[in-house]
Design a protein around this ligand. Structure first.
Ligand code: FAD
Ligand code: NAD
Length: 397
């Protein structure tokens, strides 16, 4: 009998960790494992705000898959997934080819949620992949370079960040740190540049610890970021945004960080989804399909109070490990284990050496939060690639 075929879609935190754990734990010829990803590298989504702001090079957040996986044991398919069919157990790829599977792992991540707000999809940028953030960095630089065409047109040098959740705050603080250098390079007086964070909720990072939110607000003020809370963005055009109260802010650089939803390919497969995310069972399987696992941002799980866990890399990585374990258990006719998240906390950067966070019961501010965040990144790099990847990609400085 031939070995069962496992096809993993996506090499982000969830899919990559599933592949790595299978590679570590399966014995020779126990399963055929195929990993499909649209890039031949893994990018650290958790750091995309840095190349977006231009404070880190792409190379720091990108790791070639060949350096993490043994391609003799994992077959890598460098392709974009166009869809998958649960009845015929097949995956359609963008080049027209088809892959069949015995077991499927869906780990296709998320995409920006624009809530139908007029013009956002067409005119705003979003922090969603390495290729997408390169465009943001270069666009901002290009707009700054055009300032001298008409110094009275504020749209060239006004940057609007829509949504002040963690992504918006990490990006806006990163960019604020770079502004003095950008102004020097493009010969623009700092007072001609506006960096604006617009949030619909009454505070930035809604729902997060109030002391850490207050600390963040202080930091934003110090950095010269204008913060508008209780202010939903109503529409966006190529010339700027309009707020719910009708105010127009002229800007050629609108970056939308107002939320995410699951990848639409998952919804299109016919699986039942909530905002594009599959409500998985205790073993991370899609309801009704014992051979289909869904991990990371493509899935949603709930805590004891019935509230959904926010989609994070931390959760995706833990799910990837659990998924590999359960896949091997199924193949070996052994009992699977229900997935239990063990979340260590939340850490967010507020620029290069500043941050905030909660680890266990401890609140962290400033420098120590940023050190802790670096340590947690190193831990992740260690988990996926050992010491060589930590040395090559770790952020020591
Ligand atoms: P992803 O990591 O997004 O991976 C999905 C993969 O699927 C990608 O490799 C993509 O190329 C591939 N893919 C997508 N579509 C296709 C297709 N059609 N065909 C083939 N391949 C495809 N979480 C934390 O825990 N801590 C943090 O500090 C943190 N910081 C963040 C900072 C930013 C700026 C952002 C945007 C998010 C942050 N998050 C953080 C959230 C975290 O990044 C996500 O929850 C995490 O990336 C989800 O992992 P995933 O494997 O589900 O998806
Ligand atoms: P989010 O949903 O957490 O935040 C989006 C923000 O946009 C919200 O505050 C929302 O009120 C606001 N918003 C929505 N519509 C708006 C409108 N019309 N006008 C103005 N504001 C509007 O999304 P995110 O920040 O991209 O985070 C996505 C996930 O990734 C979350 O689970 C988050 O925890 C995780 N993440 C974690 C970290 C970290 O741990 N350091 C960093 C980034 C993201």
């Amino acid at each position: 009998m031939s070995a069962p075929k496992i096809v993993i879609l996506g090499a982000g935190y969830g899919g990559l960790m599933t592949a790595i754990e299978l590679q570590r734990q399966m014995s020779y010829n126990e399963a055929e494992v195929v990993l499909v990803n649209k890039h031949d590298y893994h990018y650290m989504t958790t750091h995309l705000h840095e190349p977006a702001a231009g404070t880190t090079t792409d190379d720091k957040v990108r790791i070639d898959l060949k350096d993490l996986l043994d391609f003799d044991r994992i077959t890598f398919v460098h392709q974009t997934v166009a869809g998958f069919d649960l009845d015929t157990r097949s995956v359609q790829l963008a080049d027209g080819s088809v892959l069949d599977y015995d077991y499927l792992v869906v780990a296709l991540g998320s995409e920006p949620e624009t809530f139908g707000i007029e013009g956002l999809r067409e005119h705003a940028f979003s922090i969603r992949s390495l290729n997408a953030v390169r465009v943001i960095r270069e666009h901002i630089e290009y707009m700054f370079s055009r300032y001298h065409e008409n110094p009275d047109n504020p749209a060239f040098t006004t940057i609007v960040v829509g949504g002040a959740g963690f992504t918006g705050i990490e990006f806006v603080t990163e960019l604020a740190e770079r502004l003095p250098a950008l102004c020097r390079t493009f010969d623009i007086p700092r007072e001609k540049v506006r960096l604006i964070s617009v949030e619909a909720a009454p505070s930035v990072m809604p729902g997060f610890d109030p002391k850490l939110v207050a600390y963040t607000m202080e930091r934003l003020k110090e950095m010269g970021v204008e913060v508008y809370t209780n202010t939903p963005i109503q529409s966006c055009t190529k010339d700027g945004i309009t707020l719910a109260d009708g105010t127009h802010i002229p800007s050629y650089s609108v970056i939308w960080t107002g939320g995410v939803r699951g990848n639409r390919i998952v919804e299109a497969s016919g699986l039942e989804t909530v905002r594009g995310r599959v409500k998985v069972d205790a073993y991370l399987r899609a309801p009704g399909y014992d051979n289909v696992f869904v991990v990371g941002d493509s899935s949603v799980i709930f805590n004891k109070e019935g509230r959904p866990y926010p989609p994070t890399a931390q959760l995706a990585t833990q799910q990837g490990k659990a998924c590999a374990y359960n896949l091997l258990s199924l193949i070996r006719n052994q009992p699977m284990k229900p997935f239990e998240p063990h979340l260590l906390g939340t850490l967010a950067s507020l620029g290069r050496w500043e941050g905030i966070g909660i680890v266990g019961k401890m609140k962290l501010y400033g420098f120590w939060a940023s050190v802790m965040k670096r340590l947690s990144d190193m831990r992740y790099l260690w988990q996926i690639g050992g010491v060589s990847i930590v040395l090559r990609k770790g952020r020591f400085l």
